[in-house]
Design a protein around this ligand. Sequence first.
Ligand code: SF4
Length: 350
Amino acid sequence: MTKKVLIGNVEVGGGTSVKIQSMNNTDTRDAKATLEQIARLKDAGCDITRVAVPDMEAAEALKEISKDSPIPVVADIHFDYRLAIEAAKNGASKIRINPGNIGGPENIKAVVDVCKDRGIPIRVGVNSGSISREILSKYGEVNADAMTESALGAVKLLEDADFDNIVISIKSSSPKLTIDTYQVLSKACDYPLHVGVTEAGTVKEGVIKSAVGIGALLAMGIGDTIRVSLTGDPVEEVYAAKSILKALDLRDGGITFISCPTCGRTQVPLIELAGQIEERVSRLPYNLKVAVMGCVVNGPGEARGCDIGLAGGKDEFLLFEKGEPVRKIPAENAVEEFVKEVIRIGEAKN
Ligand code: SF4
């Protein structure tokens, strides 16, 4: 089991639940816009967010952001140790930095001292592009051993400064390399691991790569926090992360949507209707299992296992609630009526 660290008031590692992280794409210097986006991330289910701190103005804005944010805020720093110190002083709940690229041991010690004083963990963030030439020539390529050695080398710089309040991430845009690397890393240390596939792509491609990379690791019990990295609204990252956790029974809550692939038995326009229903219900704040099935062969059986479901007939659906058939709904009214029923059941249950 990994060690437990505290990021603000959120426990990470040590057998606690897997936490969802995202990263704001607002200008951190604009505290108002950043806080608005953080509120949306939290509503979607985000546990911890990260903001870029590229300059002192952004580090200064962290004062207001950290004070008013409903979830812990991590400061993402590159190269300049003074920004890390300022961010820590201004209320960041964690510092993400690569200690290998902030100058000598005295700079590392200066960052460590402030973080120790305030009980703030440091996430050592290493990615496949930041591996040193020495390690690359030793291994001849970027592989799991090279990535792990690079990360543990960076961790050692903190340990040498007598600091062990650490989370590690090592990221690659390859799901396969991500899976291989975290397997090696998780055997080599007991620090909590932040897992993600970096630069995964747009929503469609990125969700698949992340589900494969993060999902495979979580299924092996590896990963204490996760980020689905997408080119898009970061709120989509949180929904995707939740879906990955739900698929592995690692998180409840929200709508679990089931629909069949359709086949020659389908006599309702299921593809179109299921798409419309999913669009309308998938982000409702109810903990419900919802099924939209094409026919009576598998439909009622699957729908019965759900809080609410539809099973298609000839141009109509049979509505099931809590396992019991309730009534028939003509296909043309199915979306409106079903969405209303989902909300009614959700309100009653929650
Ligand atoms: S539920 Fe019915 S319509 Fe859907 S795939 Fe199965 S058999 Fe076909």
